[in-house]
Design a protein around this ligand. Structure first.
Ligand SMILES: Nc1nc2c(c(=O)[nH]1)N[C@H]1C(S)=C(S)[C@@H](COP(=O)(O)O)O[C@H]1N2
Ligand SMILES: [Mo]
Length: 379
């Protein structure tokens, strides 16, 4: 009678600590970038990762105002039209969540359970922040600049607006801007409509969405998202080091076709091109290496065009596969400061900054039709 029920064979899956339903709830709201999006030099908006701590606020652009105040000589307010009327810049910026890689740590710190795909490289348009700060005129005792969003919630038992600060010197750098468009479109609600901060090179938490106010203060800001959140610490009892700039990382476009479960890749024999993107917020990516034996031996990949100071760059490496079997592919980036992606990362309590190398299992079989013809490389 039940012969018509379609049942797949149960695949052998990797064992890990159980994910809770609450983590799954976060993971379903806050999606990562599908790795096939590595094909695009500029990430299409719907494929860009997303992270929102609380609810996505609904904002009426006619009512919305940005206030600039605190320890300044000339506090003022801008409408959205005022912001758009100011000088505009457009920049490709790689955004990555500081918690990217968290789910690979053991034991897994409980929060958004990212694997390695909490990243995107969109083209943001907005107006530079520095002239706005200059017009406001910070007083001599100014220390921090606080960026406050319109979203509200409870975290760590504390009711709060989402807000983060930067030292005045960092906030006054030339490359920061307030973005009202992404990939040529007005910001969609989930990416911060109508205005968000963009801090090229810094991890995602700094890029405050749904910006409501910019406040200059005369002491180091200690709001929840500044402290204790976003620190690399080995225990809950000590503060540790604040998370700032993005560590180097490379990702590989998974070759071949996926096996629905267990998510490994299938590929035929032949000559393939392994390719992907690499980035760092500390300096340019100067080297990417590839391994097809799980990190035992490495070869240099060819680097593609430099995407600019704060955007990822492409890399590629030919791969001749003459033998059937299982392969473990890895890639690792080195940036201009000499910082290299590690094979394993030291555990930390919040699951921050895990830039350990990605591993892709590929099953090569003679029978398989070559599904991915050798290509000229991603642009
Ligand atoms: N107001 C506000 N801004 C925010 C957040 C938030 O929850 N609220 N999340 C931050 C974090 S942790 C990240 S990683 C990035 C994600 O940006 P995206 O969703 O546009 O990719 O936004 C940052 N800005
Ligand atoms: Mo994040």
């Amino acid at each position: 009678m039940s012969a018509l029920v379609h049942q797949e064979p149960v695949p052998e899956l990797s064992n890990g600590p159980d994910i809770t339903l609450e983590e799954l709830q976060l993971a379903a709201r806050n999606h990562s970038m599908p790795l096939e999006a590595l094909q695009y030099p500029i990430t299409p908006v719907g494929m860009h990762y997303l992270l929102t701590h609380f609810d996505i606020p609904r904002i009426d652009p006619a009512e919305w105002r940005l206030t600039i105040g605190g320890r300044v000589r000339h506090p003022f307010t801008l409408t959205l039209e005022d912001v758009k009327g100011r000088p505009a810049v457009t920049r490709a910026v790689t955004l990555e969540c500081a918690g990217n890689g968290r789910a690979k740590l053991s034991p897994r710190p409980i929060s958004q359970p990212w694997l390695f795909e909490a990243v995107g490289n969109a083209e943001w348009t907005g107006t530079p922040l520095r002239p706005i700060l200059e017009e406001a005129g910070p007083l001599d005792d100014a220390v921090d600049v606080v960026f406050t969003g319109l979203d509200r919630g409870v975290q760590g038992g504390i009711e709060q607006q989402y807000e983060r600060s930067l030292r005045l010197t960092e906030a006054s750098r030339e490359d920061l801007f307030l973005a009202y468009a992404v990939n040529g479109q007005p910001l969609p609600p989930q990416h911060g409509f109508p205005l968000r901060l963009v801090v090229p090179g810094w991890y995602g938490m700094t890029h405050v969405k749904w910006l409501r106010s910019i406040t200059v203060v005369n002491r180091p800001f200690r709001g929840y998202q500044q402290e204790p959140a976003y620190h690399v610490t080995s225990s809950e009892d000590e503060l540790g080091e604040p998370v700032t700039r993005i560590l180097p990382r490379s990702l590989m476009l998974p070759p071949g076709i996926p096996d629905f479960l267990p998510r490994s890749r299938r590929l035929g024999l032949g000559t393939w091109v392994l390719e992907g993107r690499a980035w760092s917020g500390q300096g340019r990516v100067v080297r990417v290496e590839v391994s097809t034996d799980g990190g035992r031996s490495w070869m240099d990949a060819e680097l593609g065009e430099d995407g600019g100071d704060f955007a990822w760059r492409s890399w590629r490496s030919p791969w001749v596969v003459a033998q059937e079997g299982e392969y473990e592919l890895c890639c690792r980036a080195t940036d201009a400061t000499g910082s290299v992606q590690p094979l394993t990362t030291r555990w930390n309590a919040q699951g921050m900054c895990n830039n350990q190398v990605q591993r892709i299992t590929v099953v090569v079989g003679e029978q398989l039709v070559p599904v991915q013809p050798p290509v000229d490389g991603i642009p």
